[in-house]
Design a protein around this ligand. Sequence first.
Ligand code: SAM
Length: 221
Amino acid sequence: NDVTTWGKVDDYVTERLIPYDEVLEQVLLANREAGLPEIDVSPAQGKLLNVIARIKGAKRILEIGTLGGYSTIWMARAIGPEGKLISLELDPFHAQVAKSNVALAGLEDRVEIRVGDALVQLEQLAKEKAEPFDLVFIDADKPSNPNYMKWALQFSRPGTVVISDNVIRDGEVIDHHSTDPRVQGIRKFMDMLSGEPAISGTAIQTVGSKGYDGFYIGIVQ
Ligand code: SAM
């Protein structure tokens, strides 16, 4: 099996289990036309985030790393009109594209995209005494993952679900000599979690249209 097979199987799963969605197609097209990198989650992963949010009955979601809002829309659809999703994005252009996509999806009432470095935005949320979130999705710059996890725990209550994408990185996560700061960021994140009683989780390797990577998923104790 190889990358081609993973992609074909992902297409098959998507075709069978994820009904054609005009809005999400438009969003991916808008992202491509705007020249955004195609590093959003895959359709199958977006649906997974949506399903987990519904299993959890999530009403408040925090996302770190918006890009064009593809994962944002998948999750925002799960929380109902009374729900609230706050998404943090460093790049003003990404945020602008995301806002337009969220409007296209008719979700602007429940989605707030905040522009700026996520660590600064998280401090700001703390100053505002933001209520705990039911689900936190970490998907921004990987060297900051350990810090993002600390903040996720701060904005949580028992039962809060925390998910992070890209924790396997083509298997490079096991290379302790890696000079890639993203790999080292994930390794620090894993080290931190291995001794952390506040959250119980696991990592699952994923293959598909986005290559070989993985999701961390945990539940706050
Ligand atoms: N979650 C998106 C999706 O699946 O559709 C993909 C997010 S993409 C992998 C990562 C995003 O994080 C990029 O848009 C990047 O600009 C943003 N980012 C990078 N560093 C950041 C930081 N320090 N604070 C906030 N966002 C950051």
